[in-house]
Design a protein around this ligand. Structure first.
Ligand SMILES: *Cc1c(COP(=O)(O)O)cnc(C)c1O
Length: 582
């Protein structure tokens, strides 16, 4: 009663009146900064978003500009002083806050630039950007149906589209969009622990079961085993074949036999289907056979076969490609590469679960990783938690009972879903094959430089790893010696340092907006040890490893001219490094 009296005098005809207390007037200002609840009213949102996008787009360079946004790559803060800041007291101005936000993008490496080729870092496609923005406005929460309603169809249809792609029954499969390829890995590990050690959900992980993957598997195995409580010591790394870089099947069998004899359960075998750098696919079909040959002893459940395909899943879009008719008219050697990649990933249907990143080879914004599982009935029941008093099932889809997350954004689902709907398999084929055309053109010119050598010639992904030597050195012969002859160890180390100096030079040229032949230099990278030498297979000698310069073109605007220019820049950097050494 008393409270109602107080509310009188604030509201006049449904809005806040002149005689209202200060808090109410202040609130009036603030509500004007929220989107209107109703259609057609004066709502700043759509106009302001358009204005912001025009402004941020203005950070893009003019044609043939540098590979960064804005006009300088200088960092605009000092550390740790930057953290010495408090929340402002007064209300901000919308335009000013958005301008300040846009300013944060000054100097950032420009993922839209074809000169950007440093990592697995694609420019997102337009449909995925727009689709992933929409949930920011209306907050669908894919915790359960009530708070996402039809929006969660994006996740359900993603499960179906991806299951079909991977050769599974679409209605029996399921998926959860989560925070990254590392999130998918953690989901896979949790699924595996739950299946193999059912009691672990209540009493904790009390058995040192093993997680088996290759030495070239992604380092996020540490995040997952650490955070899950299984412990990093329970990772068993199987060496890779020196020629194919794949998990060595003989070594895997020895390990499985040994564990079987000791009665130690295998929690999961992880097949990396597309390693980040070497783009290698573990032989999943043969690995599945071995896993069936050495099942876990009672009372443990069956080990989970997980495919970490976050950096390789999309090669599967070629499964329906007509390689005979070649409708997209890829050149003959690219056709061979595509066939090889498809053959390497094809056995992926053997996996129980697959990690896919749309923000890598799906050309979508972060974070749009999708953990896909073959047997939804199993995953969703063994991972099931009880009911929650304040949430009720009002639609058939309520993933809150088995997800790691509680609230879950729909942005990732919409990004992945829109990408599949918009690009389709043909669009993805054209993008993947098209980038390979430029990449292999670059390989062909590396071959023409006697002072350069491909350091990983069998790699059939987007990456080129190569070494450059001083003029006059026969790079192929020199590199072969360094790879196999322990007597050339000093040379190897010397040219590793040389490679690093060239890589650093190119990095600084990129940062400073340097031009070679009147064109800006690329943002590329170098690897300090993507492989060991042949006489150091177990990596015991920390210095007998191979450094290489690295280009990882992922941008659809990349052209053969840009790849050729990139090599011209490498030669120029090499020559300057030599000059500085004299
Ligand atoms: C990138 C990568 C990951 C980690 O994925 P994020 O999306 O960066 O979390 C895991 N495995 C492989 C093979 C990767 O290439």
């Amino acid at each position: 009663m008393e409270h109602k009296d107080k509310m009188d005098g604030i509201w006049e005809h449904g809005s806040i009146g002149d005689k209202a207390p200060a808090w109410a007037k202040y609130r009036k200002v603030m509500t004007s900064e929220f989107p209107s609840p109703f259609r057609g009213s004066t709502d700043p949102l759509a106009d302001a978003i358009k204005k912001a996008i025009v402004k941020i787009d203005n950070l893009k360079p003019k044609e043939d500009g540098p590979a960064y946004l804005g006009d300088s790559t200088a960092l605009t803060y000092t550390y740790p002083e930057v953290k010495n800041i408090a929340i402002p007291k007064g209300t901000g101005d919308l335009d000013k806050v958005i301008d300040d936000a846009i300013d944060l993008f000054q100097g950032m490496p420009n993922v839209a630039s074809p000169l950007t080729m440093a990592n697995v870092w694609p420019q997102p496609n337009t449909a995925s950007i727009i689709a992933s923005l929409l949930p920011q406005i209306f907050m669908p929460n894919i915790i359960e149906g009530e708070f996402s309603w039809n929006v969660h169809k994006a996740e359900l249809e993603s499960a179906g589209m991806l299951a079909n792609l991977f050769g599974w029954s679409p209605t029996k499969a399921g998926c959860v969009y989560t925070y990254g390829g590392s999130g998918c890995w953690l989901y896979g590990l949790k699924y595996a622990l739950t299946r193999v050690l059912p009691n672990s959900r209540n009493s904790g992980v009390r058995t040192d079961g093993k997680v088996i993957c290759s030495t070239q598997s992604h380092f996020c195995k540490e995040n997952a085993t650490d955070w899950s409580g299984l412990g990093m010591d329970n990772i068993l790394e199987i060496p890779t074949d020196p020629i194919t870089n794949q998990m060595d099947l003989g070594a895997l069998e020895v390990t499985l036999q040994d564990l079987r004899v000791k009665g130690i359960p295998v929690i999961s075998v992880i097949c990396t289907m597309g390693t980040t750098d070497a783009s290698v696919f573990d032989p999943i079909t043969e690995i599945k056979e071995l896993l069936d040959k050495y099942p876990n002893p009672a009372p443990y459940g069956n080990a989970l076969l997980y495919a970490d395909a976050v950096a390789g899943w999309s090669w599967m879009v070629f499964k329906d490609y007509d390689f005979e008719a070649n409708p997209l008219e890829f050149s003959a050697n690219i056709l061979l590469v595509l066939k090889r990649n498809l053959a390497a990933i094809k056995g992926i249907h053997h996996a129980d679960a697959i990690g896919t990143d749309f923000h890598k080879f799906g050309f979508s914004p972060y974070a749009s990783s999708c953990f896909v599982y073959k047997n939804a009935a199993e995953f969703e029941s063994i991972m099931r938690r009880g009911s929650y008093a304040y949430l009720q099932d009002v639609t058939p889809y309520n993933p809150m009972y088995y997800t790691l997350e509680v609230s879950r954004s729909a942005s990732g689902s919409l990004a992945g879903w829109a990408t599949m709907k918009y690009l389709g398999t043909t669009g993805l084929q054209a993008i993947l094959g098209g980038i390979l055309e430029s990449r292999y053109y670059m390989d062909s010119i590396v071959h023409k430089h006697p002072d350069m050598v491909m350091a990983d010639p069998d790699n059939t992904g987007f990456i080129t790893l190569f070494r450059v030597y001083p003029e006059g050195i026969d790079a192929k012969a020199q590199f072969n010696k360094e790879l196999s002859d322990p007597a050339a160890r000093a040379d190897l180390i010397k040219y590793n340092e040389f490679t690093e100096a060239i890589g650093e030079k190119l990095w600084n040229w990129y940062l400073s907006g340097k031009k070679i032949n009147k064109k800006f230099t690329p943002h590329m990278a170098y690897s300090t040890g993507f492989r060991t030498t042949n006489y150091n297979r177990n990596g015991a000698d920390e210095e007998a490893i191979v450094y290489a310069l690295k280009t990882y073109p992922m941008n659809v605007f990349v052209t053969p001219e840009i790849m050729k220019h990139t090599l011209d820049c490498v030669v120029a950097a090499r020559d300057e490094v030599i000059k500085e050494m004299l």
